[in-house]
Design a protein around this ligand. Structure first.
Ligand code: URA
Length: 302
């Protein structure tokens, strides 16, 4: 027997790496939780301290913030997030956290919070404090935006992945590097483009955000677009396109088409194209994105 394989520290690191690969990437508590059991009644005269609190403004809040595993100390990084080839991980990362009272309550709270933001900085601060989306508890940090908020063009992806979660900046992993090359091909970079995601927290294990999580985050990204006020919105991939443009069509049919997009203050033009993570897996599709980016360049020249 190899004595090194008996090393407890090594065994612990390998176990953590195994959990991480399986998508369980957040520390949720010391004790197992029986989710089938009835919740204990709250103490008399005292509100249930772990439950959702609705503040005076109606803003849903989770009262406990579960710590994330420090993935930087683990032996292997997470996979690049992208629109295809993701596996659904087990339902992890709740611990003693409670979900918001209902997704509808959380959506209403998100709408109210987003409406209250008068600037992008205010919106970022409100989002950082918003506890109505459970993804916040499992993510390392908020991934709000990168690039120039005064740019005429705004790119929006689906949700951050591993590298974005660690750095707090959208599109910095492998697909982000490809996005940078795509931008450079039409003379753009992060000083002339603004970049964000529909969902600003990394879903555990890079899983697809649930429809509820997306619905809760939607008022924030819509307000972010309104406040950034670009002339052109570019949706990266089908999920961002379907969420923001409200189409059910697939990205293959819809990419390259111009859509009207109402920011809430004015109508702008929106374009959808393939997600860079998809292009990493299907490089032949780059020719279509090249066409889309040339159309974008032309539109920006006008
Ligand atoms: N994929 C996305 O959709 N967004 C990121 O920020 C990174 C990868």
């Amino acid at each position: 027997m190899n004595p090194e394989s008996q090393n407890p520290e090594r065994q612990a690191r390998e176990l953590l790496a195994f959990y991480l690969d399986a998508g369980a990437d957040a520390l949720v508590g010391e004790e197992p939780v029986d989710r089938m059991a009835d919740p204990p009644p709250p103490e008399r005269g005292r509100p249930d301290s772990a439950a959702v609190q609705l503040g005076g403004s109606g803003q849903a809040a989770l009262t406990r913030h579960a710590p994330s595993l420090d993935r930087r100390s683990l032996p292997s990084g997470g996979a690049e997030r992208g629109p295809v080839g993701r596996s659904e991980p087990p339902p992890v990362a709740e611990g003693r956290l409670r979900a918001p009272a209902s997704p509808e309550t959380a959506v209403m709270a998100a709408r109210e919070a987003a409406r209250n933001a008068k600037t992008l900085d205010e919106l970022r601060a409100l989002l950082a404090d918003f506890e109505g989306c459970a993804l916040r508890a499992t993510a390392t940090q908020l991934v709000f935006a990168d690039g120039n908020p005064h740019s005429r063009v705004m790119f929006v992806g689906e949700a951050p992945g591993y590298d974005e979660d660690i750095t707090g900046r959208p599109f910095v992993g492998r697909s982000g590097k490809l996005l940078d090359l795509m931008l450079a091909a039409i003379g753009l970079d992060r000083t002339t483009a603004y970049i964000a995601n529909v969902v600003p927290w990394r879903p555990p294990g890079n899983r697809t955000p649930t429809p509820q999580e997306t619905a809760i985050c939607l008022p924030f990204i819509r307000r972010q677009i309104e406040l950034a006020n670009p002339d052109i919105l570019v949706c990266l991939g089908g999920p961002a396109m379907q969420t923001l443009l409200g189409t059910k069509e697939g990205i293959t049919r819809s990419r390259g088409r111009w859509f009207p997009y109402n920011t809430g203050s004015r109508e702008i033009r929106a374009l959808a194209t393939f997600h860079p993570a998809f292009l990493l897996r299907s490089p032949l599709q780059k020719r279509f994105v090249w066409r889309d980016f040339l159309a974008l360049k032309k539109a920006l020249a006008n």
